[in-house]
Design a protein around this ligand. Structure first.
Ligand SMILES: *Cc1c(COP(=O)(O)O)cnc(C)c1O
Length: 375
């Protein structure tokens, strides 16, 4: 066990009670709690529609289906992301075209590199708002408009994060969120697809439940006694047990994010004096969910980085790497392309503990250990 873990769940008796209530109601699959979770989530994001799903990986799969990505279409995507972002593109037999990050200070996709990779076969761009910090959506949406491309936002890191007055996930055509246990909003497994398109919304509801025109909750309520199957759908539903946890988590998220912002500022203050590290997104002024706190080592390599991670672990500090570059995984060797900045970031970054219950004293301790190592 680490003295300071990478992440700690923001759960208490409220989540326990919510689960018990659902179990006692005897309706444990998709039903009223899920509908309420969707409604509240859409309201918080100021978006027309939200559909709860089993996880974000399936949300990304459906998003790519909604925008009509077809076999051999090219989809421009980041490599510095969780592999699920890219796996979803492969579910469609489409071609992932990796774009580099902007810089070591801004680990989101470079609009210039995106533009250089647009071809007549390009159908969509999947962006990922790294750590809850926005991609350059003005530039990316302009490129999409100019080249008639769809934009899918992998907003797994970014619930309630903002960009020029809009919530991330609501700027492109479709936004996808995850409620995996270590995300800002945790339900164990879970996801949400958001969109302002009525057409996409209706199709998502069909596709998440076998392409059936009604769900069992509606039939149990007597609203509908029969159904048709109009499209090859999936079982991508979220259940009411998880949705009830999600509803409690939504009540906590604003305070949780305020605490994370305090932690982020403390890290920046304590780490600023260390010459040998870069603090990405240091100058960011937009409201962020602060999903992770990455640092990038200067003049380093992955052996040095791994050694530093070991030394931190010896002091009881858990760290991680968000992420190993996807374009270097064996399964993606056919799609390999040179991404020098992504490579450097993936080999030389360390993600430090970040969660709302972390204290400023913890941050001071972590910073002191890092200073000692970097000397
Ligand atoms: C967590 C995560 C996913 C996958 O979400 P699941 O809900 O676990 O399927 C996809 N993309 C990013 C960027 C993530 O962080």
């Amino acid at each position: 066990m680490y003295k300071i873990p990478l992440f700690d769940l923001n759960f208490d008796e409220a989540e326990e009670r919510a689960v018990l209530d659902v179990i006692r109601s005897k309706w444990i699959s998709t039903g009223p709690k899920t509908a309420e979770f969707e409604e509240k989530f859409a309201e918080m994001l100021n978006v027309k529609h939200a559909v709860a799903l089993a996880n974000c990986t399936v949300a990304l799969h459906l998003a790519l289906k909604l925008v009509d990505v077809k076999e051999n279409d090219e989809v421009i995507c980041p490599s510095l992301t969780f592999v699920a972002t890219i796996n979803a593109i492969r579910y469609m037999n489409a071609v992932p075209v990796f774009a580099d990050v902007s810089s070591l200070e801004d680990l989101t996709m470079s609009p210039a590199d995106i533009e250089s990779k647009i071809t007549p076969k390009t159908k969509a761009i999947v962006v990922m708002h790294y750590g809850g910090f926005a991609c350059d959506m003005v530039a990316i949406m302009a490129l999409a408009k100019k080249h008639n491309l769809k934009v899918i936002e992998d907003a797994c890191h970014a619930p309630l994060s903002e960009y020029k007055g809009q919530k991330l996930g609501t700027i492109g055509d479709v936004g996808c969120f995850s409620f995996f246990s270590n995300k800002n909003i945790s339900t164990g497994e879970g996801g949400m697809l958001v969109t302002n398109s009525e057409e996409y919304y209706k199709r998502t509801k069909l596709l998440r439940s076998h392409g059936m025109t009604s769900m069992s909750y509606e039939r149990a309520k007597g609203h509908s006694t029969e159904y048709d199957v109009v499209e090859l759908g999936f079982n991508y539903r979220m259940d009411d047990i998880r949705s009830a946890i999600g509803l409690v988590q939504l009540q906590k998220i604003e305070d949780d994010l305020k605490e994370r912002e305090i932690i982020r500022r403390a890290y920046i203050k304590e780490l600023s004096g260390i010459e040998s590290i870069i603090i990405p997104f240091r100058e960011n002024r937009e409201f962020s969910s602060n999903y992770v706190f990455p640092i990038v080592l200067k003049d380093s390599d992955y052996i040095k980085r791994n050694k530093i991670r070991e030394l931190l672990a010896e002091e009881g500090i858990q760290t991680s790497v968000h992420y190993p570059a996807v374009h270097k995984f064996s399964i993606y060797q056919d799609f390999y392309t040179e991404l020098p900045k992504t490579d450097y970031a993936a080999d030389n970054m360390i993600t430090l503990p970040m969660y709302s219950k972390l204290t400023v004293d913890d941050v001071k301790f972590i910073a002191t250990v890092i200073k000692g190592i970097c000397k």
